[in-house]
Design a protein around this ligand. Structure first.
Ligand code: SGN
Ligand code: CA
Length: 534
């Protein structure tokens, strides 16, 4: 039963006042509590992010992906103790654009950086900016390659443009300084020294971007001879003749042509002018100190001498070039692997492993002789794919293979989601968080990825193209100065040697893939298409 209690107006006012007081006190207490919880949350429970990205590291050169070329025990630690993405792709296989995608979570047409000559608009939203707002300390060291100065970082120390391997210049918060040593080691040193002096009360997000193993694949003197006597297996399609693939036939990134230069790329240098190079005379040792020069010459002079004596031609020369290329490329990877090991050790030794998301990836994949090529750009597998491995912080139980189709647009939303920051609607990517908890999401994920490459005409002459890839099929449209469609069945033809677009029996398949392609172009609002597709 309810009773009506009469309260005098005076008593009522006093009661109201004391209620007001108590409520204010309670409010203050709650506010204080929330504030304390927030800072506690930010300093103790929000995971750190250590994002390591190399430049042009094909998954074929990581032993966790493939045992054929090289052992990478440190990189493999990430896969063995964390997760390895078996179907990780980029949206536009070229450096600056990939970096812009990674920062913004948006496809190239939406973030504006469609090719390497564009300047990144640093006023737009990026995940480091959002983390900074959420109380994170943010930093980037190493390769940047976005022309405009970094924004959203408390500290930045970047290589100008492509950067140099030996005694490189760095730009530290606007100030240029040359640092003696080898780029991969120096970049790691810069990262570790920033970690040492950071404010350990706050969570951090550190982007550690290596120049290696970008062309012209200059190994550290300590590793020059690492692979000297190794014979690497030759890809099945090294002698690809590009039947039914006009764009592939017209590229300029072939090991089997002067695109790969014996002096410029393969370091065969001879003062008597017996080496013919399309780059004229150049000197790889120009930036080196005396000791570095000496080690370099001691290594390459005998190889050059033998090369001149052997006077190889035709297929023999091409196969020699491939081995020479891989020796240097993989020696650069050796330094990357060692230096990633230093970073992982640092995290373990400083009690940071349990609360840090550690990522290893590359700005895109790379050809290591497949189709007879080096470089990237094409939507074919070796350059569409990019390695991706992660150590996960406490609370994320997933281990081993993740097989879903993921793309570099997903990185930004994933990081934001994992640290509890709201994902901006305009980001194209999906958070992978649900794939990383427990046994991972088995329900619906994405069934297709979208790709669009623009840098033509340009070095390596890879034509403009866009396309769609599902778990089994890939449809590509090369456009601009040509109008060619290609279709691959990745299950029956993983090396993409047979363009089956013209086969009558694929009519329905093509119709469905074109429909899916169109849907993706609409979903992402890609209006940078040839006129007839708009
Ligand atoms: C340089 C390289 C090219 C490479 C582009 C883009 N030439 O121009 O081989 O394709 O970079 O690479 S080099 O003579 O300067 O090495 S990217 O990874 O930066 O996009
Ligand atoms: Ca690159």
């Amino acid at each position: 039963m309810r009773r009506n209690v009469k309260i005098s107006p005076f008593k009522n006012t006093v009661m109201k006042m004391s209620l007001f007081k108590s409520l204010s006190l309670l409010g203050l207490t709650i506010l204080l509590f929330v504030a304390c919880e927030d800072s506690k949350d930010a300093s103790e429970t929000k995971p750190n992010i250590l994002y390591i990205m190399t430049d042009d590291h094909g998954y074929q050169a990581i032993s966790a992906y493939s045992n054929q070329l090289v052992q990478t025990p440190n990189l493999d630690r990430l896969a063995n103790e964390g997760v390895i993405f078996r179907n990780s792709f980029v949206t536009n296989s070229i450096c600056g654009p990939s970096r812009a995608v990674m920062l913004t979570g948006k496809h190239s047409h939406a973030n504006g950086m469609i090719n390497n000559s564009t300047e990144f608009d640093g006023t737009q939203q990026t995940f480091p900016k959002l983390l900074q707002k959420a109380g994170y300390q943010t930093a980037i060291v190493g390769k940047w390659h976005l022309k405009s100065d970094p924004t959203g970082f408390d500290y930045w120390n970047i290589l100008p443009g492509q950067g140099q391997y030996y005694n490189p210049d760095f730009i530290e918060m606007g100030e240029k300084k040359q640092i003696e040593g080898y780029a991969t080691t120096i970049t790691t040193d810069l990262a570790l020294s920033w970690l040492d002096r950071r404010n350990s009360e706050k969570p951090f997000c550190l982007l550690l971007h290596h120049k290696a193993p970008h062309r012209t694949w200059e190994p550290d003197t300590a590793h020059l001879a690492e692979f000297l006597s190794k014979q690497f297996p030759v890809p099945e399609n090294f002698f690809d003749q590009y039947e039914d693939r006009q764009a592939a036939a017209e590229q300029k990134m072939s090991v089997r042509a002067s695109d790969m230069d014996v002096q410029y790329d393969l370091k065969m240098q001879d003062d008597e002018g017996r080496i013919v190079s399309r780059f004229g005379k150049m000197d790889h040792t120009a930036r080196m100190n005396a000791a570095q020069k000496k080690a370099w010459k001691n290594h390459y002079d005998p190889i050059t001498k033998k090369f001149i004596e052997d006077n190889l031609s035709g297929d023999e020369l091409y196969l020699w070039k491939l081995q020479r290329y891989l020796q240097d490329y993989l020696a650069c990877i050796h330094s990357v692997d060692e230096n990633v090991g230093r970073v992982l050790d640092y995290l373990e030794n400083n009690g940071l492993k349990e609360n840090t998301i550690v990522v290893y990836t590359s700005d895109q994949g790379f050809y290591l002789g497949e189709h007879g090529w080096f470089d990237k750009r094409f939507m074919y597998e070796e350059s569409l794919r990019t390695p991706l491995m992660m150590w996960l912080p406490t609370g994320y139980g997933r281990r081993g293979d993740v097989n879903q189709l993921i793309q570099n647009i997903d990185y930004a939303p994933t990081f934001l989601d994992m640290v509890g920051v709201q994902i901006p609607e305009e980001m194209h990517g999906k958070s992978m968080k649900s794939l990383l908890i427990g046994k991972g999401e088995t329900a619906k994920w994405r069934d297709a990825i979208y790709y669009h490459y623009y840098e033509f005409p340009n070095e390596h002459m890879v034509k403009k193209h866009y396309g769609v890839r599902t778990d089994r099929y890939k449809l590509i449209h090369f456009y601009d100065d040509i109008d060619v469609w290609e279709l691959y069945d990745l299950k029956n033809d993983p090396n993409e040697m047979h363009n089956i677009y013209q086969d009558q029996q694929n009519e329905d398949l093509i119709k469905n893939l074109k429909k899916r392609l169109k849907e993706l172009q609409e979903e992402y609002h890609d209006t940078t298409l040839p006129q007839e597709d708009l």
